[in-house]
Design a protein around this ligand. Sequence first.
Ligand code: SF4
Length: 891
Amino acid sequence: MVQTPDTYEVKTTCAYCGVGCGIVAQVEGGEITSVRGDESHPANYGRLCSKGMSLHETLGEENRLLFPKIDGKRASWDKALDSIADKFSSVIAEHGPEAVAFYVSGQCLTEDYYVANKLMKGYIGAANIDTNSRLCMSSSVVGHKRAFGSDTVPGCYEDLELADLVILVGSNMAWCHPVLYQRILAAKDKRPEMKLVVIDPRETASCDMADLHLPIKSGSDVALFQGLFKALQDAGCVDTDFVESHTKNFADSVDFSDVYTLDRVCAETGLGAQVLQSFYDLVIDNPKTVSVYSQGVNQAVDGADKVSAIINTHLLTGRIGKPGCGPFSVTGQPNAMGGREVGGLAGQLASHFDLFRPEDRDLVQSFWNAPAMASEGGLRAVDLFEAIHTGKVKAVWIIATNPVVSMPDADRVKAALEKCELVVVSDIYENTDTVKCADIVLPATGWGEKDGTVTNSERCISRQRAIVPPPGEARHDWQAICGVATRMGWGEAFGFETPADIFAEYASLCALDNGGTRDLDLAGLCGLDQEAYDGLAPVQWPIDKNGRSRARLFADGQFFTPDGKARFVVPASKYMKTHTEYPFVMNTGRIRDQWHTMTRTGRAARLFQHMAEPFVDIHPDDARVADIYEADIVEIKSAQGRILVRAQLSARQPRGTIFVPMHWSDAYTAKGRVGALIVPDVDAFSGQPAFKSTRVSVARYQTAWHGFALSAESFKADIGVEYWARARVKNGHQVELAGAETCTDWRQFAQALYGGPCEESVLDVLEYEEAAQQVFRTAYFQNNKLVFALFIDQYPLEISRGWTVEQFEKSHEGMQRYKLLAGRPGGDMPDKGAIICACLGVGVNDICGAIKQGADSLNLVGKSTGAGTNCGSCRSDIQRLLQGTYYAKTG
Ligand code: SF4
């Protein structure tokens, strides 16, 4: 692209997952008009997934917070910051520093995170700062620290390509870290002998390209890896030199694993002996093995022990720190790793100093010139919100996260915030579920406006650059934090003027008294001036004073424990008990095209094409027993609450278990906020909630009617029926509806839902009704353009959503209009069906058509339709279509 003052490109980083892809953003006339993958970024080499590709579509001022508010009224920044500082100071004076808290986020940049930690742990003098990364990977942090003495990811992404065997444990990488998954598949394409194993109770999209899937019972990972530990010993795979010279506690692990015979592991995991032995043989035969794990491992009451069980197998075999092998934790968020670096969790200190070591606290205190250093761990996320509920914490500042949706027992979190004396929320949008609970709201900068650094899952620090100016009065989080710190009397320590100033202090703290004793060494980045910071290229830590970076650690057998030796940790296997009132185990997680609580991805129509409403995956046999049919509305209850979601029958879901996506909030659905069901059980070591194993009951929700509506304008906030789920579509909005009571006047219902003037002078209205059958259809046209349509039936509607949405773009004249009421095209018109490839808008019918014409491979389908040729996230869906195992909902 030609660079002019008006038209130029900026290199930055994706705002979503922990892969941390590099992006090139194109700017025209002051707006980010498109994005593409950065060919030079070592995380993605030019690839992006559907979420990254849509980043520019999530921007714009709709629902943006443009100025601070106090009690719902516009306020100046000075007034808002004064109010926060006054209240925090008075609470601290009266109740002590533990009575205030920060709850921050893996969305924060490292510079934001750093000043928040410095303020809480060095100046307020408590460690009550925790992050939503607690929900994501804190069990991995514990596992790393127990084994290595430091929170170190030993390897790098290249290891996943160099490995002969990649094991995905509790990771649906095809959907959750798509670009990294595509890198594995590309390596496998080049070396077909490379093997991919997926360990997951569900048959996820990641299984479609795998050589072996182990559908273990939920929660039996420890038994599986203890069995592997024993099998590796029995097969003579122990690296005796490495174990003797560089590890401790081996004998304890051997004693513990001895009981994990093949029979016992089969019994505990539910696997057959043959498939289990095949897995063992693959690991035995492939020294170049990488074990990748994420939320399926971490989000459990024994998450830290699962991590230890995985790491133990790598210590046993010496398969760590060398090209193509090692345990590898992938983080969920764009800067979860950066948060860990600056001490974002309540038990950490900045720059990988240890909060629980007096010498470390002294060093940091003197570096910061801090008046009141925290000396013990603070409240972890679940405990923090409980302390708010009980009144122990009286003032909280929530930054860049939406805990009313994402926390376990989310209704209790909401109730806690509603009664807290002061809730400050920094966000970019005014309509999140958490902002609605705030006393003071601060408008923050978002992606494309923020300026700083992030660190991805392979320890690579990248710049996220400001591309366009912030809207309204939005400010960076670090500016708001420093503003409050200054008003609390600590202006000198928080007088940063730029993110580069903050990074310089952070890098110096990392280098302080380091000399190789701490893994996180940024000596080579100390003293960067503004120009060098602006131009900083992606770089992996540690970086020594000569600027040398290391892709891998521990190949030399040197760990960060006091004696330099790694530790085997004996895990304790825990089992879930059955429960008659709540007979199902509910697993939660991400879907391919949405991110967290949808505050950003919910703004991109393209990202709703894949899945547009909250659903439950349930095995057909379980559904039959519960009298649940495809597309029914299902009521799911736990001890904490209830939700309503759409049934999706899937033989890929193990019996006795269900899966519900984590994304839907009160802003997008009437009752699909799954956090309200989650029991707040946590791992005792990490405090990470067990999002994968809530006990629930499921039942068909008795509906009298189902509906689907389209509108060129957005629907009102409260739709007023028992079930609704809204989504943005191209040129408008859609909503799925269902109700328990029969309606007697659908015309009036339609007019109320439309919400605008319905006079005949303004609109042409078509209508069709079979009242006895609860069938009603109507469409409103203005100047031959469709502006509203409603379809009602007593059964789930079998209309083509994709085709009806396309009708917004068309001119509708004469009798042609009546075709719309059918809700699907006639035989003479093409219907794409449900969209599979979000990047290029290719539907299931297009792909099936190509397959019928002889396209019998991914490449041929790609050549014929384009599907799967851009980001690749849909390739597993296409593979299932090729195999005849794909199920797609109508439209
Ligand atoms: Fe963003 Fe997708 Fe890359 Fe993750 S894989 S960083 S969501 S583009």
